[in-house]
Write a protein that binds this ligand. Structure first.
Ligand SMILES: [Zn+2]
Length: 114
């Protein structure tokens, strides 16, 4: 039985006017999301964990194909959670990666259709 599925790879990039930043963001700093992994381009890249907390709930949804009318399909900018900070984070889909269900969970595939 074919148990494969695809997830989008993501790139999250700091954008905005650095003069408006309160946190330690640097324009252009980025990380990739491939499956469950966050991958930093450079070992010197830093990313605020406060900002990461705002992004985490959205990353799993952005990895998946959404209905074209779903706002999750169109919206790609997330604001820094600090209300005084002007940084935004652009989430870009960048290709897909194929996974096998049996390699990522011990739960069986449910044969349910909703
Ligand atoms: Zn910030």
């Amino acid at each position: 039985m074919n148990d494969s599925f695809n997830l989008f790879n993501l790139e999250v990039t700091v954008v905005g006017d650095s003069a408006t930043f309160v946190c330690s963001h640097k324009v252009g700093h980025a990380f990739r999301v491939e499956g469950e992994n966050l991958i930093f381009n450079d070992e010197n890249d830093r990313f605020s964990f406060y900002s990461l907390s705002a992004l985490l709930p959205l990353l799993a949804a952005k990895q998946r194909k959404n209905d074209r009318n779903d706002w999750m399909s169109s919206d790609e900018y997330i604001s820094c959670p600090d209300p005084h900070c002007g940084a935004k984070f652009k989430i870009t889909r960048d290709g897909t990666r194929n996974f096998s269900h049996k390699d990522v969970t011990k739960e069986p595939i449910k044969d349910e259709r909703i």
